[in-house]
Design a protein around this ligand. Structure first.
Ligand SMILES: *[C@@H]1O[C@H](CO)[C@@H](O)[C@H](O)[C@H]1NC(C)=O
Ligand SMILES: *[C@@H]1O[C@H](CO)[C@@H](O)[C@H](O)[C@H]1NC(C)=O
Length: 360
């Protein structure tokens, strides 16, 4: 009996040890999930967590300007760090020093208001950076912080996707994403120095951006640009010059001014516009609330020049009148030439001529 109880206790103890690391961290094969304040600091020192490739850490009160793990804890194979929902206010280089192999970094739902210079410097394998609802502070501070993220010794050669939705961003400095470069052979990179950039997808939806303010040749490889729910009125006519590779664009839920230039722009190109039904005009008044993609085909031949239609009718009327006058004149001339070739004048003349000699 005692042996049985002992076996049960040992089995429970072993499975407990396998399922749970210390504190409120739980290990499930390659994935560890930690919850609660200081949960990471309760990990067992000296233990090798090198098999863990995914770490989820939430509500842990992280300060990412300091070490993420205590010394002596080895997460050398970590490729995914999910630190959403932590009320993180500060980030810095030290916070990521021990996670150099991270490729997927999730920092959404935080309150990052301070960033030390070049916080992501050691993340040379970074492919995806998600920071939705992650930034805090006034508009200019946030724009500044963003620029500093990518003004880095790290070239971010693998970084292909950045998400910055719902950050109440008023502005983004034009060269913010210029530091993100594509992998390339030395030869090709020398040719296109600082022109070939690697970012493929950029999400900036639900902010307060008023314009497309991107530097030329910074986003040369960008395929998808998400700008839904901002305050953009005007899509610049030369947009395809500075976004040459874009194949999908979302400008839905912006107060668009549907002038003819813009209408032609969205109709003409090979670009797929996402959420077309929600891509509505805010002006001019005659198309307010309509989708820019559902405007009548002839919208720009008539609406742009409201007198265009009537002047066409005027032209027709004038043309008819002119033809009438010409016809009448022709008829009149025919009759006139009949009359003038009539014998009257001639006989008169002959008569005069005939008469004259009689007087001489
Ligand atoms: C961490 O673990 C890996 C694999 O076990 C090992 O190669 C590496 O040297 C360790 N790093 C440190 C800092 O202990
Ligand atoms: C990150 O963690 C949050 C909270 O658990 C979860 O909702 C989200 O799906 C996770 N993201 C990824 C990519 O694992």
């Amino acid at each position: 009996m005692i042996e049985k109880v002992l076996v049960v206790v040992v089995v429970i103890g072993l499975s407990f040890d396998g399922a749970c690391a210390q504190g409120s961290c739980r290990l499930n094969e390659y994935e560890m999930t930690c919850r609660g304040k200081n949960s990471l600091h309760e990990l067992e020192k000296g233990k090798n967590y090198a098999e863990v490739d995914t770490l989820n850490v939430h509500q842990a009160g992280l300060d990412l300007s300091d070490d993420l793990f205590p010394n002596g804890i080895n997460f050398s194979r970590l490729t995914l760090l999910n630190a959403t929902n932590n009320e993180i206010t500060r980030i810095g280089r030290r916070g990521f020093d021990k996670t150099r192999h991270v490729q997927f970094l999730y920092l959404s739902n935080n309150k990052i208001a301070h960033a030390q210079p070049d916080p992501f410097q050691s993340l040379e394998k970074l492919e995806l950076l998600e920071m939705d609802e992650a930034l805090d502070g006034n508009g200019e501070d946030k724009a500044d912080m963003l620029r500093n993220f990518f003004k880095s010794k790290n070239n971010f050669i693998h970084l292909s996707k950045i998400e910055l939705n719902k950050n109440r961003l008023d502005e983004i400095f034009p060269k913010t994403f210029c530091g993100v470069k594509r992998t390339c052979s030395e030869e090709i990179c020398r040719v296109f120095l600082f022109q070939v950039q690697g970012l493929k997808r950029l999400e900036l939806s639900n902010n307060r951006l008023q314009s497309f303010n991107f530097a030329r040749s910074c986003l040369g490889e960008l395929k998808a640009l998400m700008l839904a729910g901002n305050l953009i009125q005007k899509i610049p006519a030369d947009i395809w010059d500075f976004l040459p590779s874009v194949s999908s664009l979302d400008v839905s839920n912006n107060p668009l001014n549907c002038d003819c230039e813009t209408v032609r722009l969205v109709r003409d190109d090979d670009v797929v516009f996402i959420n077309q039904a929600e891509t509505k005009c805010a002006s001019p008044p005659e198309v307010e609330g309509k989708s820019i993609f559902e405007l009548r085909k002839d919208y720009c031949s008539t609406a742009r020049n409201p007198t265009g239609k009537s002047s066409f009718f005027q032209f027709i009327v004038l043309f008819v009148i002119a033809v009438g006058i010409l016809f009448a004149y022709k008829k009149y001339r025919e009759r006139l030439s009949h009359m003038s070739s009539a014998p009257v004048g001639y006989t008169n003349l002959q008569h005069e001529q005939a008469v004259e000699p009689e007087f001489v």
